[in-house]
Design a protein around this ligand. Structure first.
Ligand SMILES: *Cc1c(COP(=O)(O)O)cnc(C)c1O
Length: 231
């Protein structure tokens, strides 16, 4: 079995160094280990090294892994595109959803969250780079969608998520991350209790932490490069 401990430690170290360098409070940035395409064994070994939050993008791929790891203390985050026929499985098996971009999907998740479970913690995904192909709502739609989602029983709106357009220019990434933080501040000014900014991945987590990320979603820097498909 591959030992992921040193890769995981290197990511923790990058996070801690970025917190210090950009004046963020110590331990104010959480790590979400993105385990899509990884085996349950790989996840188990990263969990054994002390990592608790894991992110998955495809429900059908995630369910057998969640079942195989039922004995481990893992918090599961859904971060992929959501088709309406997948909401029940997500509502029943995940703790968080980062990728909400339609009210109807949020309503279904709330309705399908089993009674007696804690509310599903959710983030709204924003398209901050204006790319037609990327998921997420345009920033100007965020206030209305956030207010509506905050009213849905079974859900707890916690924050915003974005995946900026890939770029070799770290300045551009920072501008996009800053925009997400500013939108989140506006929503807070409107009375929404948001505490989560889900932004930054393996290649740009420092830029995201500089701009206020509270949770970075890191896959390949922990688990190694993924095979080309599935992304
Ligand atoms: C795959 C994925 C990540 C992780 O990307 P890496 O570059 O491997 O760190 C983060 N967020 C989302 C939404 C993803 O789909």
């Amino acid at each position: 079995m591959t030992d992921y401990t040193s890769a995981l430690d290197a990511v923790y170290k990058r996070i801690a160094e970025a917190e210090q360098r950009f004046g963020r409070k110590k331990a104010s940035v959480n790590l979400l280990a993105v385990s899509k395409t990884c085996s349950a064994d790989a996840i188990r070994s990263v969990a054994a090294a002390g990592q608790r939050r894991f992110g998955e993008s495809y429900l059908n791929e995630a369910l057998p892994k969640i079942e195989a790891l039922a004995d481990a203390d893992i918090e599961w985050h859904f971060i992929g595109p959501i088709q309406s026929n997948k909401t029940r499985g997500i509502a029943e098996h995940f703790d968080w959803v980062h990728s909400i971009d339609r009210l109807r999907i949020a309503q279904r998740l709330g309705e399908q969250r089993p009674a007696g479970y804690p509310p599903l913690k959710v983030c709204i995904q924003l398209n901050i780079s204006g790319e037609a192909t990327k998921a997420g709502i345009p920033p100007e739609e965020a206030p209305a969608l956030a207010s509506a989602i905050a009213q849905i029983p079974g859900l707890q709106l916690r924050g915003l998520m974005a995946i900026p357009a890939p770029s070799n220019d770290p300045t551009l990434a920072r501008i996009a991350f800053r925009q997400l933080r500013e939108i989140s501040e506006e929503l807070r000014d409107h009375g929404l209790a948001l505490d989560t900014l889900s932004m930054g991945m393996s290649s740009d987590l420092e830029a995201a932490i500089a701009e206020g990320a509270t949770l970075v979603r890191v896959g390949s820097a922990i688990f190694g490069e993924r095979a080309a498909k599935s992304g």
